[in-house]
Design a protein around this ligand. Structure first.
Ligand SMILES: Cc1cc2nc3c(=O)[nH]c(=O)nc-3n(C[C@H](O)[C@H](O)[C@H](O)COP(=O)(O)O)c2cc1C
Length: 365
C-alpha cells in the first residue's frame, strides 16, 4: 500500500481525491456520502448571497462528458450556515467551503462560514475576465478569514497563467483549475432542441472531454506560481490522478464522474491510484507531483515509434490509421517503413496492446 496522503496549503488530506463543487456536494448529507465513498477531503457546493434558480433542464450527458447550466446552490446561504456545513463536518474531513462571487458577496458570507471552513474556494465563474474583481474578492476573503483562500479559475478567454499570477499576487494560498468550459451547445436531434434550458440552451462542458485542457492549464499554472494547484477536469480513474499530479497538481477534485457513478467513485479512484503507485514502484502519491512539468528533451522529440514483437498481434489498427501509409502487417506483426514514417506518433497511442513505444533518439553515430 502506498501512502496516498497529501498536504495542500498546510491542510492534510488522507488521499488527494475530493469532490468538486457541484451536485455530489449539494447538501451536508450528500457530502457525508462522498466521505463514506472514500473522498480525502470535502468541498461544498458554491453558495452566494441568495439561492440560485437555474433554468431546467440543466444537466445532460453527452459523449465524452456532460453539459450543464446549473448555477450555484439552490439552497439559501442561511440553510448552509444553520444546517448543512455542520452536517458535513461530521465526516471529520478537511472542509473547503466554496463561495461566490463579488467582493461584496464574499465580505457578507465569509464571516458567517468561518466556524466551518478549513479553507475557502472562491469561484470566479460569474465575475468575467476583469482581474480586479477577482483580486477584490480575494481581499474580502483575506480580511474576514484566517484559513487558506483558494481561487478557482474558469477556462475563459482570459489567459490562465496571468490570472493565477494575479490571484497569487493578491494573496491566494492556492489555485483550483479548472471550472467547466463554455459556453457550449449540445442539440438533441430528435426534439431539435438543445438538451439544456435557458434562453439559448448553452451550457458548460465537463468530464473526460475537459481533461486535456485541464492538464494544460494545471501544468502552465504549476510552472509559474509558488502556491499549490488543485487539478479538476475529467478525472474518473486513478490514472487521471497520476497525470494530474505529474502535471503539477497537489490534489484533485472530481465532479462529473461522481455524478455519473455515485460517491463510491472517490474510493475507487483512490484504490486505482494506490495500485498504480505500487505497480510502478512509488511509495507515496506526492512523489508524482510535477514529474511532467519540465519541458520536453530534444532526444525525446527526435525519437520514433518502435514495434515490440511480443505484444503486437498484427491487428491492423495502426496500419489502417497511419496517416502516412507507413505501416504494413507482415505475418501478424506491424512493420514500420521508416522512409515513409513521418514520426507523427499516432500509432503509439492508437495501439490497444501497448505494442508500439516511442523511443527517444540515441546519440548520433
Ligand atoms: C452540474 C454541475 C454543477 C457544477 N456546479 C459548480 C459550482 O457550483 N461551483 C463550481 O465552482 N463549480 C461547479 N461545477 C464545476 C465542477 O466543480 C468542475 O470544476 C468541472 O465540472 C470540471 O470537473 P469534472 O470534469 O470532474 O466535472 C459544476 C459542474 C457540474 C457538471
Amino acid at each position: 500500500m502506498a501512502d496516498l496522503g497529501v498536504e495542500v496549503a498546510g491542510i492534510r488530506f488522507s488521499n488527494p481525491i475530493m469532490p468538486a463543487a457541484g451536485p455530489p456536494v449539494r447538501t451536508g448529507e450528500a457530502m457525508l456520502r462522498c466521505a463514506a465513498g472514500g473522498a480525502g477531503g470535502l468541498v461544498s457546493k458554491t453558495i452566494s448571497t441568495s439561492a440560485a434558480s437555474p433554468p431546467t433542464p440543466n444537466i445532460a450527458e453527452i459523449p465524452h462528458g456532460m453539459v450543464n447550466t446549473e448555477l450555484w446552490s439552490e439552497l439559501p446561504p442561511e440553510q448552509w450556515i444553520d444546517h448543512e456545513y455542520a452536517i458535513a463536518q461530521e465526516a471529520g474531513l478537511p472542509l473547503i467551503v466554496s463561495l461566490g462571487y463579488s467582493a461584496d458577496d464574499i465580505a457578507r458570507l465569509a464571516p458567517r462560514i468561518r466556524p466551518f471552513a478549513d479553507a475557502v474556494e472562491l469561484s470566479t465563474h460569474y465575475i468575467g475576465e476583469d482581474a480586479t474583481l477577482m483580486v477584490a474578492a480575494i481581499g474580502a476573503a483575506r480580511a474576514a478569514l484566517d484559513v487558506p483562500v483558494f481561487v478557482k479559475l474558469s477556462p475563459l478567454g482570459r489567459e490562465m497563467v496571468r490570472a493565477a499570477q494575479q490571484a497569487e499576487g493578491a494573496g491566494a494560498d492556492g489555485i483550483v483549475a479548472i471550472n467547466s468550459f463554455g459556453p457550449v451547445l449540445a442539440i438533441d436531434p430528435d426534439t431539435r432542441q438543445p438538451y439544456l434550458g435557458g434562453t439559448d440552451g448553452y451550457g458548460w462542458l465537463s468530464g473526460p472531454a475537459l481533461k486535456p485542457l485541464a492538464l494544460r492549464c494545471v501544468r502552465d499554472i504549476a510552472r509559474t506560481v509558488n502556491v499549490p494547484v488543485i487539478g479538476v477536469g475529467g478525472i474518473g480513474h486513478g490514472i487521471d490522478v497520476v497525470e494530474m499530479l505529474m502535471a503539477g497538481a497537489s490534489a484533485v477534485q472530481v465532479c462529473t464522474a461522481a455524478i455519473l457513478h455515485g460517491p463510491g467513485v472517490f474510493g475507487k479512484i483512490a484504490r486505482e491510484l494506490d495500485g498504480w503507485l505500487d505497480e510502478h514502484g512509488y511509495a507515496t502519491a506526492t512523489e508524482l507531483r510535477g514529474l511532467a512539468v519540465d519541458g520536453m528533451s530534444a532526444a525525446w522529440s527526435a525519437g520514433r515509434p518502435v514495434v515490440r514483437p511480443g505484444p503486437c498481434n498484427g491487428c491492423d489498427l495502426c496500419a489502417v490509421s497511419c496517416p502516412y501509409d507507413a505501416i504494413t502487417i507482415d505475418e501478424k506483426l506491424a512493420v514500420i517503413d521508416y522512409d515513409a514514417c513521418a514520426c507523427c506518433g499516432l500509432c503509439v497511442t492508437r495501439c490497444r496492446r501497448g505494442a508500439i513505444d516511442w523511443v527517444a533518439a540515441g546519440p548520433a553515430v
